[in-house]
Design a binder for this molecule. Structure first.
Ligand code: AMP
Ligand code: MG
Length: 404
């Protein structure tokens, strides 16, 4: 266990998360395509077909042989119609054209398509604009994908476009990583469910919805457990119970040094602590370990700590467990306002992103400090990441941002 008074560096902690996740990779399953969205692919995909599978028309128009254009006189003779999906296998003779729809196979003998709106019709005659270039409006077999091309890779996240690519290749299912089952716990004697009145000293449990929402936005189907009181025995029983049934346990609160913060001791006694405390602000008391068959991430209780630790370590753990090797997109923005950081920890600052007229993305830091201030988080849509060490950054400086 790594527990230093000052905590691990962010990078050291992240390396431990990656290492533990890799050692506990979830198994894979074959899923029907419609269920693959958002999953991590666990196989490479080599194209069994070419795309497009055959030469076809990119437009509704008239297919013809470009060599006939010079001698078209009062037009090419309309010899028939080729619709998309119809296996007519029509062929063109010299001086002829065929009406064709978008996606229809190019008839034998044709090499060019003139757009419907650009031709002049005169009975059986079709006048093609003389400046139509050879091969215009033709989509060639294999121009997108050739047979055998490796088009998808294990470790990639399945975006709608990738699932759609698999569909166009005719694949009915894909092998993907099993999605981790996640148990979510909030802790604290002061917490009351929304809908119930507050007694003295009580607040509503807001982190549950925060965490459930963050997890769902990442494609997971988390299970919220009843809130845990600050009682060591009840914390122990509930967490050990969940640990036999879930891949991942996420708790929030009760991981700092307070007398009622029982979670680290329970983890140390009944499981394994991989690290406790990371030099970040907010989120410093982050706790990571293993309990029974589950990985365990204890997030600090303040709402903004939950966001900062989830978007960094929570996501890294979830991605690692599923074998995602494709890095998440990284975003940079220019500070809309100066930031002066005097402490040595990595800091996460709420900010609002907007597109500047100059083409830059701007991050406007929210002046609210205090990781309990949820309204500032609600008014924002990203966290600015300020690296370790004191940093005086002027407006316009480029910083990493985590949109949420
Ligand atoms: P703790 O780490 O348990 O001391 O919690 C730190 C701060 O976050 C305290 O002010 C708690 O009241 C608050 N907090 C903890 N859990 C929640 C929650 N689920 N919803 C809202 N606030 C919370
Ligand atoms: Mg607490």
């Amino acid at each position: 266990m790594h527990e230093f008074p000052t905590g691990l560096s962010y990078d050291e902690a992240l390396a431990i998360v990656d290492e533990v996740a890799a050692a506990h990779r979830l198994d894979t399953e074959s899923l029907a395509l419609p269920r693959c969205h958002g999953r991590v692919l666990a196989q490479d995909v080599d194209a069994p077909l070419a795309l497009p599978p055959f030469d076809n028309s990119a437009m509704d128009g008239y297919a013809f042989r470009h060599a006939d254009l010079a001698g078209q006189g009062d037009g090419l003779r309309l010899a028939g119609v080729q619709f998309a999906g119809a296996a007519l296998a029509l062929a063109l003779d010299a001086g002829q054209c065929l009406r064709i729809t978008t996606g229809a196979a190019l008839p034998a003998g044709a090499d060019t398509v003139a757009i419907k709106e650009n031709v002049r019709l005169d009975g059986e005659r079709v006048r093609i604009p003389a400046d139509t270039v050879p091969g215009a409006n033709v989509r060639y077999a294999g121009e997108d994908v050739r047979v055998g091309d490796r088009v998808l890779h294990a470790g990639q996240a399945l975006t709608p476009a990738r699932v759609s690519l698999a569909a166009s290749l005719g694949l009915p299912s894909l092998r993907v990583a099993r999605r981790p089952t996640v148990a979510v716990f909030t802790t604290g004697d002061e917490l009351v469910e929304p809908g119930l009145p507050l007694g003295p000293g009580q607040i509503h449990d807001s982190n549950r919805d925060l965490l459930m929402g963050l997890l769902r936005a990442d494609g997971l189907e988390p299970t919220a457990w009843p809130r845990l009181p600050d009682d060591p025995r009840q914390v122990e029983i509930a967490l050990r119970d969940a640990a036999c049934a879930f891949d991942l346990i996420l708790t929030c609160g009760a991981v700092s040094a307070g007398e009622k913060d029982h979670v680290p001791a329970v983890l140390a006694q009944f499981g394994r602590t991989h690290f406790w405390k990371v030099r970040m602000k907010p989120g410093m008391p982050l706790l990571f370990g293993s309990l029974d068959q589950a990985r365990f991430l204890g997030l600090p209780g303040n709402p903004v700590s939950v966001m900062a630790t989830y978007l960094t370590f929570g996501r890294a753990l979830i991605d690692g467990l599923q074998g995602r090797s494709e890095p998440r997109p990284r975003w940079r923005a220019r500070l809309a306002d100066a930031v002066d950081k005097t402490h040595p920890r990595r800091e996460f600052i709420r900010a609002r992103l907007s597109a500047g007229e100059d083409g830059s993305l701007y991050a406007d830091p929210n002046p609210a400090t205090g990781s309990h201030r949820l309204r500032a988080a609600a008014d924002s849509n990203a966290l600015i990441v300020i690296g370790e060490g004191p940093q005086r950054l002027a407006a316009g400086a480029v910083v990493e941002v985590l949109p949420y």
